[in-house]
Design a protein around this ligand. Sequence first.
Ligand code: LLP
Length: 426
Amino acid sequence: MNLFEYRGGRLWCEQQQVADLAARFDTPLYVYSAGTLQAHYERFRAAFAALDPLICYSIKCCSNVHILRRLAGWGSGFDVVSGGELCRALQAGAGPAKFVFAGVGKTVAEMQAALRAGVGLLNVESESEMAELVAVAGALGLTADVAVRLNPDVDAKTHPYTTTGTQENKFGVGPEQARELFHAYRATPAVRLRGLHLHIGSPVHDVQPYVAAIERALDLIATLRCDGSDVDTLDIGGGFGAHYRGGEAPPAEAYAAALVPLLHGRGLRVILEPGRSIAANAGLLVTRVLHVKDSGRRRFAIVDASMNELIRPALYSAYHFVWPLDAGARIPADFRGDQPFAGLETYDVVGPICESSDFLAKDRPLPPVRRGDLLAVFTCGAYAMSMASQYNSRPRAAEVLVEGDVVQLIRRRETYVDLLRAEEVG
Ligand code: LLP
């Protein structure tokens, strides 16, 4: 479900016409729908309600603090992976007991910050990290609640860059090593070993890899309990899909139907870390066509958004549906770009950056595009702004949040002063 829709051939976000937002805030512009965000969060929560889980929204997918405040207000905790994300989570107002801190390379300063803040769970990914955490917690006189991240060696069949649960990947430790860690640190006062963490990849469009990974984790938990550990927590991570083309992502209820029976009644507190499934379809990127040109082989729509604002096509060959804001009568009701109809032309939609990887869409059927037209790049609520850069010294774009007919600027457009601020050092 999302609250972006064409009415009378014009794109609306809730009760705001998206073209009006572009006129008011300029382009490129990220537009988020608060209603969509909330609906996705609530639907996910309801699907897994039988487990009474702790939902820790994964900040890395869309980290604007105004969005985090909304999520905190709806009861969400946060999955953080850096001191910066911890800082955002604390600003957002959810209690730190609802934070989980993952990541293969936590620094001493980040461990100290997490421990001082009272983060609910630190997900430890190596023996080296565990030893350091014990030293850091010991020096502070604090006890860290810890889950060991299990690498279950399950292939989630995502893009190779976003698969995280096989032995090829840097994440977590295998079951034997996890058992050794529990054995070695069970009686160490500076850490309380609470359980296991998993995160197998993103997006995972099949429930089967989750089932396989969780079964391995449950087997290991049974062994750890036999060994004498009080395991009470299983964090199954995120990775749940979102629709880019439409139809590819199982609904929250389908993941829940497979996973709830596996996890129910095990004496475990279950933690979930969804990101994309909550945020992706709650946002889009609006861009203006600067020029149209034809190389003889390809027709290019050169737009003012770029790999700065959306790096996913360049990095993962990701598909994002692109369509004019003002589609006139030309768009069939459920059109998602896959069934070209009469009158379309094929374009590469590209940005101004000096790289041939700077494209938002390739070989895309579009109504004839003219200079000045506004285009929407859909499904940009996750891993778009949060992966944005200033490459080519282009200030980052603004973000607005729409709720009904109310519009809130939640991040102003950066300026050239912002570009240079951190370089004012001497
Ligand atoms: N938990 C952990 C430990 C993670 O590493 C991630 C994502 C998540 C949860 C949230 O996953 P989600 O529910 O959003 O799929 N930049 C890539 C995605 C990288 C995901 C990294 N980890 C993309 O644009 O597709």
